[in-house]
Design a binder for this molecule. Structure first.
Ligand code: ADP
Ligand code: ARG
Length: 346
């Protein structure tokens, strides 16, 4: 990596929160700093510099990055989540508090529902600063914790190393596994030593899955066909509570669960549906207006940075910090109802 001597110049097209908040003064304050893991400003911002189309552009190498580089991370966190330094994050992962009847009981619009949370182990650096040896320790600890799951959550771990290419691609295509070679993660140092230490756990039904050592050390996922959001939330709540008895996750009173990307802090939850909206999607300004009103994000059918196919979209909650888990999912539910009601009016 080249040494960062001068304030980087962002091209006109760059709209990232990094380009907005890395001012001359912030750069001067942070350029010589590093955390105890040796994670420095260059590493924190490299992904945004290499990828001018980033929306955020920064990654943390460890929990301490959020303090050491606060002059940059705090305004980014505020811009993304609307969450300020004096705010406190609160958790509520209680399914009984969720009021979410299936918004599409006849299966006309919603194809599938998925909720994921990210977690990292408190004793180790985050992915951008982890060593190959530490990454393998994470893998081992998580496998042991997963092996204790019982009943419908019990499953098998499939390491990426040695997995047949066609099998891996099919898992990605079917929405169960992360892609390889993401350029944002690559520039953040998150693809080092690929595919060592990475893998996928899932139960027989593929309704509970755990990604190991991708962007975060764990991504715990509950998913199923159709729009029973509450069932998906309940399964995840139980599984996460179970794993939390065996693993110590990194968190703080202020920022909730610590993640490598500031957009995932707090609940670290993305609750989404794949939904068919053939009429509304022909009127993108209106589709986007409703999404904005309900603080939803629209993604393509193969996840982040992918295009939609036909008229099917991935709709999810945008905010994750300063809202509880129940509120994240309640926001998705309200937004999905509004989208379906609008679609019916055409
Ligand atoms: P993440 O959700 O972990 O932030 P992505 O946006 O890349 O990351 O999505 C990961 C995978 O999950 C992709 O294959 C995506 O299509 C799939 N996915 C997301 N939401 C749903 C859903 N509601 N139903 C089925 N698959 C989904
Ligand atoms: N670093 C990428 C960007 O800034 C992704 C940001 C949010 N998504 C994520 N998977 N962390 O556009």
């Amino acid at each position: 990596m080249n040494k960062l001597n001068e304030l980087p110049i962002f091209t006109d097209g760059s709209d990232s929160l990094l380009s907005k908040h890395l001012t001359k003064a912030v750069f001067a304050e942070l350029r010589g700093k590093q955390t105890r893991n040796g994670f420095d400003l260059q590493q924190a911002i490299n992904s945004g510099l290499k990828n001018p189309d980033s929306s955020i552009g920064v990654y943390a190498g460890d929990k301490a990055s959020y303090n050491t580089f606060a002059a940059l991370f705090d305004p980014i966190i505020e811009s993304y989540h609307g969450f300020i330094k004096t705010d406190k994050h609160q958790s509520n992962f209680e399914p009984n508090d969720l009021d979410a009847l299936n918004p599409d009981p006849d299966n006309n619009y919603i194809i599938s529902t998925r909720i994921r949370v990210a977690r990292n182990l408190s004793a180790l650096p985050l992915g951008p600063a982890i060593s190959a040896r530490q990454r393998k320790i994470v893998e081992r600890l998580v496998i042991v914790a997963l092996s204790k799951l019982q009943g419908k959550l019990a499953g098998t771990y499939y390491p990426l190393q040695g997995m047949i290419g066609a099998v891996r691609l099919k898992l990605v295509e079917d929405h169960f596994l992360f892609k390889a070679g993401d350029r944002f993660l690559e520039a953040a140092g998150l693809n080092r030593d690929w595919p060592e230490g990475r893998g996928l756990f899932h139960n027989d039904e593929k309704t509970f899955l755990v990604w190991i050592n991708e962007e975060d050390q764990l991504r715990m996922i509950s998913m199923q066909m159709g729009g029973d959001i509450k069932a998906v939330f309940s399964r995840l709540s139980i599984a996460v509570a179970e794993l939390e008895t065996a693993l110590m996750f990194s968190k703080s009173d202020h920022l909730g669960y610590i993640t490598s990307c500031p957009s995932n802090l707090g609940t670290a939850m993305r609750a989404s549906v794949h939904i068919k909206l053939p009429r509304l999607s022909k009127n993108m300004p209106e589709f986007e207006k409703i999404a904005k009103q309900y603080q939803l994000q629209i993604r393509g059918i193969h996840g982040e940075h992918s295009e939609s196919q036909g008229s099917t979209y991935d709709i999810s909650n945008r905010r994750r910090l300063g809202v509880t888990e129940v509120e994240c999912v309640q926001a998705l539910h309200a937004g999905v109802l509004a989208l379906i009601n609008r679609e019916k009016l055409f």
